[in-house]
Write a protein that binds this ligand. Structure first.
Ligand SMILES: [Zn+2]
Length: 88
């Protein structure tokens, strides 16, 4: 079975990792070929499929939440929570 050409292949000829492919797709910086390749890849790679699904759901959730009026103080509360939790 022929391995289809991977349009994500880096200029140096290195095979990209799943994470690298996912990032391009999720950032919307992929080409049409890359997107088509990735859709096929996801069918054989459950971790990629799951990451993609989860990310899309989060994005949709954020989108729908942002369109509505957020209760006053919610944004600040989230920001305070986030600031308190960032311990990199
Ligand atoms: Zn993968």
């Amino acid at each position: 079975m022929n391995t289809p050409f991977n349009p994500f292949t880096l200029p140096g000829g290195e095979a990209p990792t799943c994470i690298e492919m996912l990032q391009l797709i999720l950032d919307g910086e992929s080409t049409r070929e890359q997107l088509e390749y990735f859709v096929l890849h996801m069918e054989q790679c459950p971790p990629c499929f799951q990451s993609y699904e989860v990310d899309m759901q989060i994005r949709q959730l954020l989108k729908s939440k942002c369109c509505r009026e957020a209760p006053s103080g919610l944004k600040e509360a989230i920001q305070i929570k986030l600031n308190g939790q960032i311990n990199f």
